[in-house]
Write a protein that binds this ligand. Structure first.
Ligand code: ZN
Length: 82
């Protein structure tokens, strides 16, 4: 995980995360204080990154991007979304 310290708005930072499977790079803007709290274990991912989707948070938790997550965990009996 790479932290891009770019002084964007307020106390937000940009964090670059590469998927451990497809190596795709994703960049998220997160709150610096919450991000630190997450690193120290004071906040869970869903609280620290409440501005991200569940799939995006998974990149922080397991290093798996949404595409790969779907590939790995797709069910045989999934619904007819496509
Ligand atoms: Zn991936």
């Amino acid at each position: 995980m790479t932290i891009i310290v770019s002084n964007t708005t307020n106390a937000n930072i940009k964090v670059s995360v590469n998927c451990i499977y497809c190596k795709e790079q994703y960049i998220f803007e997160v709150n610096l204080d919450k991000f630190r709290a997450y690193q120290y274990g004071a906040l869970k991912a869903q609280d620290a990154f409440d501005n991200l989707t569940r799939e995006q948070r998974e990149l922080f938790i397991s290093g798996t991007c949404p595409n790969c997550w779907n590939e790995i965990f797709k069910n045989d009996d999934d619904e007819n979304d496509n």
